[in-house]
Ligand binder design. Sequence first.
Ligand SMILES: [Zn+2]
Length: 262
Amino acid sequence: MVKKIWVLKAGELDLDRSILFVGRGCGIKERVPITMVLLETDQGFVLVDTGMNPNGLRDPEGTWGPRAKDLIPLITEEDDVRNRLEKLNLHPYDISHVINTHMHWDHTGGNQFFTKSKIYVQRTEYRYAMYPDPFYAASYMKNHYAHDLDYVFIDGDSEILDGIYLLSTPGHTAGHQSVFVTMENGAKIIIAGDAAYTWESVEKIIPPGNCYDMGRSVLSLQKLKTLQKLTGSDLMPSHEPNHEFYHKILHSFNQSLNLQVI
Ligand SMILES: [Zn+2]
């Protein structure tokens, strides 16, 4: 069972508000967090997403390609997943399981360090990430994930460890997945990943501006909203603008979640 949750800061991105909400807020800039989530369980440590590729600190163009010029990530040495884990006296080798919600560049940058972990990803997502359509190719960087790693390919919904469930939530990408977590004391949280960029996305069912399939994204938002209501869970979106994000998860979430931000 899950005993404790850490939200690990992985840097920030500046983007146009219309990326968060399709067709709305064009020309308005937003600064949003990038996050990873660490779950301590009695079967080992589980990391959800691996953040930005720290090689970009020294070689942005070689790491991120031309994208580094249009969308500049704001990261520091501290945001390197290895440094966040070190604060908890952990090394990537201590992480038994990694979950990639999807293979976009801001969620897989640290995959290369988890050579001893099982890495869970939807089969559809991995296939797509290897051969993306041209319109979506800039969000996928094979140098982030095409390494000799122990990928475990999942098809649809699945329980992978006691209290940790993968939920198929496609739309933002071809094979996106979210993570439903039940803690040993009964508290529950949905880690939505990019299926829900913000709380408003779920409340009003507004898909992101960058989607593989907008219709499926709407269905996935409805699935998350329904599940949240049925189970009385908290829900953590991936890229809520910074002015609300950390404040809300620390002050509005069910206190029995035993959650800390580092
Ligand atoms: Zn994404």
